[in-house]
Design a protein. Structure first.
Length: 338
């Protein structure tokens, strides 16, 4: 074969490969634009945060164009068709017609990470830049206060080294406490200060002042009770992470580390009067801030079988009885709307 012939054959091969590549890219893009097949059924209609409607709001955790979208289902039919909104978030929570949506842009720099406050119709009312990757979000029962936690460094509470920042916002006045590390700390009856203090996992009481959260310092985690108006916290118990206050405000659900130095947690419930706790029937490791669906039932996310980047929602009785039950497939960040 002559040199010119070889060059001609090479040029044709390049053109053919280029054409095939373009077709494959076009088909992939077309598939990405299509609704996900084989996933949960959806229905048309608006998603609202109106209290009392008896719905469950959550984020779609599946693959495809709906990933991260806020959705809702009737509380009495959680496995039924879901209504999906245009609002997308990394973390979400809502109460009394107010929602907090933590957004995260793709890429290592994540320059557009924001906390967005939305009203009952999902209209943005306020927006704040985030100092890191979204981790936890909560709204007070009245809808007045919102809190969020981000990872400033590290990507997991099981990491050897990580740093968090937790903020509390008054959604009515716009007053923002940008870091709970500025709050006064009382530990074992004494003032406490340390450079390694981290807070995460806020949960609010009905009075729009009292809150509970996790304080980490000196290699230990503590449950703290705090006051927004006094800008202070007091430690109550050790080995408590991601607390969630029950609707009757008598108990805290939380994840308890069951093996030192490992990312293994067991869901527990603590009585706030006696500080006695008990393990729940869920024996798998739950790395989530559980949500109370009512005074008897907790909901939380676990990785879906065979899909590390997707979670399903589960429930378990709060009294330690029963067994875990599936709630909503392909979902995360649950919030009971009334």
């Amino acid at each position: 074969m002559t040199r010119s012939r070889r060059l001609f054959v090479l040029a044709v091969a390049v053109l053919l490969l280029g054409g095939v590549g373009a077709v494959l890219v076009q088909r992939a893009a077309s598939r990405a634009d299509q609704p996900r097949t084989g996933g949960p059924e959806t229905v048309a209609g608006p998603v609202t945060l109106t209290a009392g409607q008896g719905a469950l709001a959550f984020l779609d955790s599946g693959q495809g164009p709906r990933r991260g979208a806020l959705a809702s289902v009737p509380a009495d039919a959680p496995d039924g068709p879901r209504t999906v909104s245009d609002l997308t978030c990394r973390r979400f929570h809502a109460a009394a017609g107010t929602g907090v949506c933590l957004r995260s842009s793709p890429g290592a720099l994540a320059q557009d990470n924001r906390a967005v406050i939305v009203d009952a119709e999902l209209r943005q009312t306020r927006s704040f830049p985030l100092a890191g990757t979204p981790s936890r979000a909560r709204v007070s029962p009245s809808g007045r206060l919102a809190a969020w936690t981000v990872f400033v460094s590290g990507e997991s509470y099981g990491s050897a080294f990580f740093s968090t920042r937790t903020a509390i916002l008054d959604t009515r006045t716009g007053k923002l406490d940008a870091s709970l590390e500025e709050y006064a700390i009382t530990m074992d009856g004494r003032d406490y200060r340390a450079p390694d203090v981290n807070f995460w996992g806020v949960t609010f009481a009905r009075d729009d002042d009292t809150f509970y959260a996790t304080l980490s310092t000196a290699g230990e985690t503590h449950l703290v009770r705090g006051s927004v108006s006094r800008r202070s916290v007091t430690t109550l118990a050790k080995n408590v992470e991601c607390p969630s206050l029950s609707p009757d405000e008598t108990r805290i659900a939380y994840k308890k580390r069951v093996r030192a130095g490992a990312s293994l947690w067991r869901e527990h419930v603590m009585d706030l009067g006696s500080l006695r706790d008990h393990a729940l029937a869920e024996k798998r490791s739950v790395d989530d801030q559980a949500a109370w669906l009512d005074d008897r039932t907790l909901a939380y996310a676990l990785p879906a079988d065979g899909a590390a980047d997707r979670t399903d929602l589960w429930t378990v009785p709060a009294d330690g009885s029963g067994s875990p039950e599936p709630l909503i497939p392909g979902a995360a960040s649950p919030a009971r709307l009334g």
